[in-house]
Design a binder for this molecule. Structure first.
Ligand code: PLP
Length: 384
């Protein structure tokens, strides 16, 4: 006879989340088709049908990133793990990395650099400004021994878009490997990995892809792969070591046979497959245009409400609209009323903008007319 466990079972009801409209910095509203895809039967992660689905997934990620990079896959963890994948695989202790910091996520990159024992040369820009191409050029000239240039394409903490094309061209001129954060940019604004010469890039499933959170698409150029292969020390992280992971994702070098590395999040990968399939069906250029159009609609409504944008028009992200909180408005109370009375989530300010700005997301499935209308009506009613 088995004895009863000493800790008794808690009595808890099934969790039933409400249906919210997510217009914050992410996660964004998930496509209904994606939620349905995730609910399909779980099959083995080495099942031939699953492996065939992964091949399709890889080509869909290649399309979204606009790359033919062979080392293109989905890390089984959120965007921060995609970031860490790039740094722990590429950068070795003692190497020098130029890191651009114009918000929270540039600072997170710097921390990654230091944790691998490398030296970060930080190029700072004010919050709300894009990365300065001139300042990066000066830093590259002053540091000829730098091996990497790392920056955030779309800074979610402020809503600023940086000129990835020019920055990567500079990295190439100075023989540096570029590491680009595309967590918020992928699917929402123009991004061309091969044409712009991006070497290492990571994104997240939960922003403009409108997939469930927790997966990070990544891609490495041949130059980046060569750097990984030339390492003199093993990658410190076993889980994120791309040379091991590729055995599962099946790159040419590892032979056709897939081998177990970790148990893939099978159903989350169905979801990513569906969200990327929807993006491919819409067409990247149409998705970029839809984000731009919805931003213009939201922008004119916000301006009519008297709200001012944090970021200058010239480098404003359509998918992340940071506006100053108007005088007299109670930040937390407004967001609470939006959530409770309208089931609408907008984002609080982060870091230097905490308590000063709201971040209104128009990401993926959320970039629709009805969302813009709901957000403007709700803000108007709550503020006036
Ligand atoms: N980089 C940027 C630009 C982000 O916006 C985020 C998340 O908001 C991350 C990295 C980290 O992604 P995650 O929260 O999925 O780990």
């Amino acid at each position: 006879m088995l004895s009863v466990p000493t800790i008794s079972a808690p009595s808890i009801n099934a969790f039933n989340p409400p249906r919210r409209t997510l217009m914050g910095p992410g996660p964004s509203d998930v496509y209904p088709e994606v939620l349905a895809a995730q609910a399909k039967p779980t099959i083995g992660h080495l099942d031939p049908l699953f492996v065939a689905m992964m091949d399709e997934l890889k080509s869909l990620i290649q399309y979204a990133f606009q790359t033919e990079n062979e080392m293109t896959l989905a890390v089984s963890a959120p965007g921060s793990a995609g970031m860490e994948t790039c740094f722990v695989n590429l950068v070795e202790a003692g190497e020098k990395v130029i890191v651009c910091r114009n918000g929270v996520f540039g600072e997170r990159m710097r921390q990654n650099v230091e944790r691998v024992g490398a030296t970060a040369v930080v190029v700072d820009n004010e919050w709300g400004e894009p990365v300065s191409v001139e300042a990066v050029e000066a830093a590259l000239k002053a540091n000829p021994d730098a091996k990497f240039l790392a920056f955030v394409h779309a800074e979610t903490s402020t809503g600023a878009l940086s000129d990835a094309k020019s920055l990567c061209a500079l990295a190439q001129q100075h023989d540096c490997i570029s590491i680009v954060d595309a967590v918020t940019s992928l699917g929402g604004v123009e991004l061309r990995v091969d044409e712009w010469g991006i070497d290492a890039i990571y994104s997240g499933s939960q922003k403009c892809l409108s997939c469930v959170p927790g997966i990070s698409p990544v891609s490495f150029s041949d130059k980046a792969v060569a750097k990984i292969k030339s390492r003199t020390t093993p990658v410190q992280s076993w889980f994120l070591d791309q040379t091991l992971v590729m055995g599962y994702w099946g790159n040419k070098d590892s032979g056709a046979k897939r081998s177990y590395h970790h148990t893939a999040p099978v159903n989350a990968l169905y979801a990513l497959h569906e969200s990327l399939r929807l993006l491919a069906t819409e067409g990247l250029e149409n998705a970029w245009q839809r984000h731009a159009d919805m931003h213009q609609l939201l922008r004119s409504g916000l301006e009519q409400l008297g709200l001012n944008f944090v970021v200058d028009e010239s480098c404003r992200l359509p998918q992340l609209n940071a506006v100053y909180i108007p005088q007299g408005a109670d930040d937390a109370l407004v967001r609470k009323q939006l959530l409770e009375n309208y089931n609408l989530e907008i984002g609080a300010g982060l870091g230097a903008l905490a308590g000063k700005a709201w971040r209104i997301g128009l990401m993926g499935y959320a970039a629709r007319r009805e969302n813009v209308a709901l957000c403007l009506r709700a803000l108007d009613e709550v503020l006036n």
